[in-house]
Write a protein that binds this ligand. Structure first.
Ligand code: MN
Length: 269
């Protein structure tokens, strides 16, 4: 029998997708951390300058400045909360795309989940290496063109507590998982992925200032027209393969990144 959506749209692939969503055969999983002034954000050490946190400034609230409406100004850095890093964020990508110029097709693709939560729990400085991706590929197949590699580390459980989320030691050095230099280079140069997504505050490990080159995920990915998304949650609701990712940053002209809504479509089994 023709479904309600097929009647409206003529039975196209989009109609089938809408029908699946309508009938709950496909679930939408929100991977985004809610954005507020308490969302934990990156803290660069002295002498570097930090972005401002997100905040709302009331302009009117059904009162004299606007009797029938409520609206705010928003104040925020680009790289706050769940956000996308565009190539121009990094020196190696400075001649690449700003966030407004990333093609929408690169912002949608297969979601591939690598689960290293146990490793990151045992060692907060755990680094994903090429061997982990090779092992993933031998189990699930080659990382597909246009895919997004989502790295599950369990860090989302810390996201309600800034101290635990940043996990700084007594010297102020953060300890959180990331990529080895070779893994960052491999993803950037040897795969056709669109990018990676992480649960941590940035796409590099907490100790990445000491890697060579420093911050290798930023260095290699953004320098090779690949993108990063951070502060994801609910990755545990995704299968290793089979989900689709939708990343929706604001098209800020000249922007090096943007807070983003990140959604996954998952087939219910
Ligand atoms: Mn960023």
């Amino acid at each position: 029998m023709e479904s309600r959506v097929e009647k409206q749209t003529g039975g196209s692939g989009v109609a089938r997708l809408l029908d699946d969503l309508w009938s709950l055969r496909t679930r939408i999983v929100d991977l985004t951390t809610p954005l507020s002034s308490s969302t934990p954000t990156l803290e660069l050490p002295e002498p570097f300058a930090n972005l401002i946190d997100f905040s709302l400034e009331e302009v009117s609230a059904y009162n004299e400045p606007g009797p029938h409406w409520k609206h705010h100004n928003i104040h925020t850095g680009e790289h706050i909360g769940t956000h996308l890093d565009a190539p121009t964020h990094w020196a190696t990508g400075q001649n690449g795309k700003d966030v407004s110029r990333i093609e929408p097709a690169r912002l949608m693709g297969p979601a591939l989940v690598l689960d290293v939560a146990a490793e990151a729990d045992a060692d907060n400085d755990f680094l994903v290496d090429v061997q982990h991706l090779r092992a993933w590929e031998s189990e699930h197949g080659q990382l597909p063109d246009g895919g997004w590699l989502l790295i599950r580390t369990g860090w989302e459980e810390r996201s309600g507590n800034k101290r635990q989320f940043l996990n700084n030691d007594a010297d102020g050095t953060p300890h959180s998982p990331g990529l080895t230099v070779e893994c960052a280079r491999w993803i950037a140069e040897e795969t056709a992925l669109s990018g990676i997504g992480v649960e941590t505050v940035g796409i590099d490990a907490g100790t990445a200032a000491g890697q060579q080159p420093p911050f290798p995920a930023h260095h290699y990915l953004l320098g090779n027209d690949k993108y990063g998304i951070t502060s994801l949650r609910n990755l545990g609701e995704l299968p290793p393969v089979g989900a689709a990712l939708i990343v929706a940053p604001l098209p800020i002209v000249g922007g090096t990144g943007s807070p983003a809504r990140v959604l996954a479509l998952v087939e219910d089994s």
